[in-house]
Design a protein around this ligand. Sequence first.
Ligand SMILES: Nc1nc2c(ncn2[C@@H]2O[C@H](COP(=O)(O)OP(=O)(O)OP(=O)(O)O)[C@@H](O)[C@H]2O)c(=O)[nH]1
Ligand SMILES: [Mg+2]
Ligand SMILES: [Zn+2]
Length: 303
Amino acid sequence: MGTPATSGQAAGLVVAAHGRHYAVALDGGGQRQCYTRGKKSGPAVGDRVLIRMEGDQEGVIVGIEPRRNLLYRSDALRSKQFAANLDQLLIVLAPEPEFSEDLMGRALVAAWSAGIEPIIVLNKADLTAALERARARLQPLADLEVHIITLSALDAGQVRRALDPVLHGRRSLLLGQSGMGKSTLLNALVPTAAAATQAHSEALGTGRHTTTSTRLYALPGGGEIIDSPGFQAFGLQHLSVHDIEQGFPEFAEAIAHCRFYNCTHQHEPGCGVLAALARGEIPPTRHALYRRILEENGAAQRY
Ligand SMILES: Nc1nc2c(ncn2[C@@H]2O[C@H](COP(=O)(O)OP(=O)(O)OP(=O)(O)O)[C@@H](O)[C@H]2O)c(=O)[nH]1
Ligand SMILES: [Mg+2]
Ligand SMILES: [Zn+2]
């Protein structure tokens, strides 16, 4: 009693993932470095798992409890799990380097199709010259009433005021392209995290400090925040046409007018979405993204 067990099995929470290596926080206290056996896709940060202890420090993950949700991306060759059992997704964007609308749209599709609420954090608001253009590029999402929070991660007080009420008591994932400021935000929210962030100037020879593992932190006021490595691609090969549609809520009303119940809104006669697009009611960039994702998937038949 009192001392953590060194053999047998224990349950815990996956708090970090780096490739096939995991850190698991045990329910009885303490943390263990764990790994998985076999080739099937393993656990993700946020998963509750069962481990078999090995020695004093390590363990093998032998089971994953059923998940509430799982956010991931996938291309033809492999899939990459971001995190599991999330309450919300914070998509972190910045005016500089200029964020990709394509990647942002894909993150939204992944969130909505997994039933996870997305919130957009437009960071680096101090870069005022570039901010207006970033805001304009977000207008289609503002029209969809996606929650957009604009702030500067360099101002920790501002971060706390803007995000504490949103994050309190919930499990949130920071997701975005490299350099958007996810780790800087994390450090403002959890000062003890002291996460490495990208150096201001590579000319100083300090090197880049890009995040390479996914890690969960307890928020001082309650709740949890997960920092993750930046992504450069966001395939959605695992999604059906119906799933992809969930990522485009602005189509919903028009879809009710499609002649065919299994319309894919690409070329079908009597398509309500194409009609709304022609009337200028759906932004062309959004329909183009929908079409790209569908074409990548070759998913037209998999309704
Ligand atoms: N001007 C300005 N710079 C910021 C702000 N937030 C972050 N930065 C800078 O942007 C750079 C990238 O920040 P990081 O926090 O490392 O970005 P990241 O999203 O964690 O990047 P990866 O770990 O590679 O995915 C750093 O040089 C930060 O100092 C901000 O609000 N304003
Ligand atoms: Mg980072
Ligand atoms: Zn249609």
